[in-house]
Design a protein around this ligand. Structure first.
Ligand SMILES: C[S@@+](CC[C@H](N)C(=O)[O-])C[C@H]1O[C@@H](n2cnc3c(N)ncnc32)[C@H](O)[C@@H]1O
Length: 337
């Protein structure tokens, strides 16, 4: 789609605007803008010849009169009966877009990708998001539009930069507040262990926004570990100790005041987390839990503590976000003595 406009000197702008409106040439979806001594009047493509005495330009980033939606762009480009399957939500991670598509509309995936780039001209690529696979939560993506090499992006969240390759590493949304909540709980001089660090989802904001003495950040996936190191540099952080490996085996013992278990399926690691604490401390334990067994995370924590002859006091139990129908991602703050 090309966005044409007439570029007229200011002294002629009013009469040209009136003429464009009278003959129905003005594109009502775009706004008139000023560029130095010129006024840019958006027009519909089929009227360009009517204004051949003026300079006709192609607008790369037009200003729209109202926020356009994906559906507005796709009208006329896909069959009408599929309009209701147009995705209502998608993720923008830096300059990369990830979109989930239903099977009904998947034959038009390319058109949707192109429309998303039109809607977000600063973005470089669009990928179909087909979920995550395995314990490492590797993304399953299919390229849709833009530059196929534009896979690495930088997302700004909570005042921190996160660089990563969208085809190799996930970026969970919806737990932005949880990351800041934990960062704010940390007192000066604390030692923290982040057992499932990823690219630094928790460790980077903790390092940036708290006065923790040091943070051990453990990550098993070499791709995520690579970006953890990159993000430490990018955010000028020097108190994270990165460890590549399986936290089951490489978590340091009796060092921490606080342990973050930021993986939704990590109940088999609770004993490791308890052993990472000094004589007492706090564990932030995450779990995806079906509503029917809401108490399961607390029971799992208590059972693991009992086996190690330790006691647990539950400080908080919070929903982080909805995970799937009937299942919620929760976090339990547990004080272990
Ligand atoms: C779901 S992601 C973390 C998500 C992040 N906490 C958030 O909420 O945005 C979990 C991370 O744990 C890592 N991981 C999984 N099993 C692990 C293990 N046994 N040891 C260390 N890291 C592990 C994965 O590679 C992934 O980077």
């Amino acid at each position: 789609m090309t966005f044409l406009a007439i570029k007229v000197p200011k002294n002629k702008a009013e009469s040209v605007r009136k003429r464009a409106e009278q003959i129905g040439a003005k594109d009502k979806e775009r706004l008139i803008t000023v560029e130095g001594n010129y006024v840019v009047i958006p027009i519909l493509e089929e009227f360009a010849e009517e204004f051949s005495e003026f300079e006709i330009i192609e607008q790369e980033n037009p200003l729209f009169a109202r926020k356009r939606r994906l559906g507005d762009i796709l009208k006329g480009r896909i069959p009408q009966e599929l309009y209701r399957h147009i995705p209502r939500a998608y993720k923008i991670l830096g300059d990369v877009i990830l979109v989930k598509l239903s099977d009904e509309i998947s034959a038009h995936a390319k058109e949707i990708g192109e429309a998303l780039l039109e809607l977000h001209p600063n973005c470089k690529s669009v990928w179909r998001d087909m979920g995550k696979s395995g314990a490492l939560r590797k993304p399953k993506l299919e390229f849709l539009a833009g530059d196929v090499n534009a896979k690495e992006t930088i997302k700004l969240e909570n005042g921190c930069f996160f660089k990563f390759d969208v085809t190799k590493v996930m970026f969970a949304s919806g737990n932005q507040h949880e990351k800041m909540r934990v960062a704010k709980l940390i007192r000066e001089g604390e030692v923290v262990v982040d057992m499932f660090a990823g690219i630094g989802y928790f460790s980077i904001p903790i390092a940036k926004h708290s006065k923790a003495e040091k943070i051990y950040a453990i990550e098993i996936n070499p791709d995520s570990y690579f970006y953890l190191l990159e993000n430490m540099k990018l955010n000028a952080i020097d108190n994270i100790i990165p460890i590549l490996g399986d936290s089951k085996y490489v978590t340091p013992e009796r060092v921490a005041d606080r342990v973050i278990m930021g993986h939704i399926n990590c109940h088999e690691f609770i004993d490791v987390a308890i052993n990472a604490l000094r004589d007492k401390g706090i564990i932030h334990y995450h779990e995806a839990v079906p509503l029917a067994v809401k108490n399961r995370p607390i029971e799992r924590l208590k059972n693991a503590a009992k086996k190690l002859d330790r006691e647990i006091k539950i400080l908080d139990y919070k929903k982080v976000k909805n995970y799937s129908p009937g299942v919620v991602h929760v976090v339990v703050d547990a004080y272990v003595v």
